[in-house]
Design a protein around this ligand. Structure first.
Ligand code: TEU
Ligand code: CA
Length: 537
């Protein structure tokens, strides 16, 4: 019989474990906290939950530096608790997606520790990228590559006898050595790790930095118009083909979900061929400014590319790496940038919220699967005034301004009450939340929003409920309606339309039977600026 392809039209909620809910009061989110709040997620109506990395980690990069791929970080809980979480979630009809980080590990991982301790010639060095430095004293890095966090990509080691040694490669922080994916032992290890988590019942695996795994072993410098030495090498697809064979060997459907940041849509789609990943995050959509023409171009390009290989599209507005959507859309210039703070720019959070509400209705009515990053449904904004001493993200200063990093979108959720920790931690907590919550979040809590029919939370709840009830929504196709400049209007069959007004004047709403949902109150048949409406046609 046909296996359900749940990833094609799912609403997938991203839980950032450190910041979701803290049950034991140490100020850090944990598995027990998540289990207590599962009811919230099933009430929200999502189909699946993706958990950020839950593995033992020194937390140099918030858990993306993994010391043991088959265990749970003790601060979060135990493997037994995660197994119970999976069972409970399945009992509530929620699917579970685990985050896997195959490009690199923590410098505390036993393989890397053995590579250092064994000195030059240690066999474990072949599992990573150890190379002598350049220059007569070897004190220059092997290449001048710029890493994904903006700094250099090589760190020099000290030999066991105290002399200066070889350098090792890290595309991210120095505490995240890159694996050598040309080595069969690395491949075998990760095939085993994929099986380990699928055996524990996870329904999907999110693959971190999926396009970066292979490197050109001749280590050329990055040159414009030449093949890139570590982005999207052709051989990387063989790795995902082998994982797909593993995923397909399970009786229940399992999904591979790629984190593939590639500007070229064709190269991106290569990862979604029928024998590779099932789906991947659409960063093209996330990167769009609040601009009808840009969004339409992104939607059309995405749908055309995905249709040609029968892969489901995905719609992503935010995640734990980017400035929160309310803040992005509240700026005078809504062009995407990784950096949160921009010197001299003023952010209108009210405007940003109005737009984020419209964007929610847009992303939840496009064909394919939609992602919701925790707190997006509460209208949380980027916390830009975290004191430098409390910031934890390893990102480097970038050119032109100092990038404060990604902490501002990772602040613990406000659940209830009038003051921090807003129910994130229990009343008898022994520590404050690991990042400070703004006092103004008293108006953003789950509790306050639950009783307010005009809240962001109720908008998400209603939209997801309608999406579940209407066969027109989810997977399928879309047809554009004629619309004035600055307006996106499309139908989904049968009998559904979405209209989003991104212009600065009200526009007429097309003829319809009734309004299903609007991102803010709409009187009569004029749609105000920065507003979206769902129509029964
Ligand atoms: O991000 C991978 C990635 O592509 C980053 O370069 C991203 O662009 C960066 O956050 C902004 O410059 C993944 C994770 O989502 C991220 O949280 C990790 O820090 C990173 O991998 C390393 O594991
Ligand atoms: Ca805790």
């Amino acid at each position: 019989s046909e296996r359900p392809r749940w990833w094609r039209d799912a609403v997938i909620y991203q839980v950032y474990p450190r910041s979701f809910a803290d049950a034991n009061g140490d100020g850090i989110g944990d598995i027990a906290g998540i289990r207590k709040r599962l009811g919230y997620l099933s009430e929200l109506g999502v189909d699946a939950i993706w958990f950020g990395p839950w593995y033992p980690s020194p937390m140099a990069d918030a858990g993306y530096d993994v010391a043991d791929f088959r265990a749970i970080e003790p601060v979060f809980g135990t493997l037994a608790e995660v197994e119970e979480l999976i069972t409970e979630a399945h009992g509530q009809g929620l699917r579970i997606i685990a985050d896997l980080v195959p490009n690199h590990c923590s410098d505390q991982h036993p393989w890397f520790q053995a590579a250092l301790a064994g000195g030059p010639g240690a066999p474990e060095r072949d599992l990573f990228w150890f190379r002598p430095g350049r220059g007569p004293d070897g004190d220059q890095p092997p290449t001048d590559w710029i890493g994904e966090f903006g700094g250099g990509t090589w760190t020099r080691t000290t030999n066991p006898d105290g002399t200066a040694g070889d350098w090792y490669l890290h595309l991210f922080a120095a505490q995240q050595p890159d694996f050598n994916w040309d080595h069969p032992k690395v491949r075998a290890e990760f095939e085993d790790i994929v099986r380990f988590w699928l055996d524990r019942g996870v329904d999907g695996i999110r693959i971190d930095s999926a396009a970066l795994l292979l490197k050109d072993a001749t280590l050329p410098e990055v040159v414009a118009d030449a093949p890139h030495p570590f982005h999207d090498l052709d051989g990387v697809h063989e790795i995902y083909r082998s994982w797909r064979r593993i995923a397909d060997s399970y009786p229940e459907p399992r999904a591979l979900i790629g984190e593939v940041w590639l500007p070229d849509r064709q190269r991106f789609a290569n990862y979604l061929r029928p024998d590779e990943m099932h789906t991947a995050f659409n960063f093209d959509f996330l990167s769009c400014a609040w601009d009808a023409a840009a969004l339409r171009e992104s939607i059309d390009g995405t749908l055309a590319e995905h249709a040609s290989i029968d892969a489901p599209a995905t719609w992503v507005l935010s995640n734990h790496d980017v400035t929160r959507v309310v803040t992005r859309y509240g700026r005078a210039d809504t062009t995407f940038s990784f950096a949160s703070k921009r010197e001299g720019t003023y952010t209108d959070l009210e405007l940003g919220t109005v737009r984020a509400r419209a964007a929610a209705l847009l992303s939840l009515s496009l064909p394919g699967a939609a992602y919701v990053y925790q707190g997006e449904e509460l209208g949380l904004w980027e916390v830009e005034d975290i004191p430098p001493a409390l910031r934890q993200d390893p990102m480097f200063p970038r050119s032109g301004f100092v990038d404060p990093g990604r902490d501002g979108c990772r602040v613990p959720l406000p659940w209830s009450g009038d003051a921090a920790p807003f129910g994130f931690s229990p009343d008898n907590a022994t520590a404050a939340p690991w990042l400070p919550q703004p006092a103004a979040w008293k108006d953003q809590t789950v509790q306050t929003q639950t009783s307010d029919p005009h809240s962001m939370l109720e908008l998400y709840r209603q939209a997801i409920r309608i999406r579940r009830e209407l066969p027109a929504l989810g997977d399928g196709t879309l047809h554009w309606l004629p619309a004035p400049d600055g307006v996106l209007a499309f139908t989904r069959e049968p009998g559904f339309a979405c209209v989003v007004n991104l212009s600065d004047t009200p526009v007429p709403i097309p003829p319809h039977q009734h309004k299903l949902l609007a991102s803010r109150p709409v009187d009569g048949d004029l749609l105000p600026p920065d507003t979206a409406v769902w129509l029964r046609m």
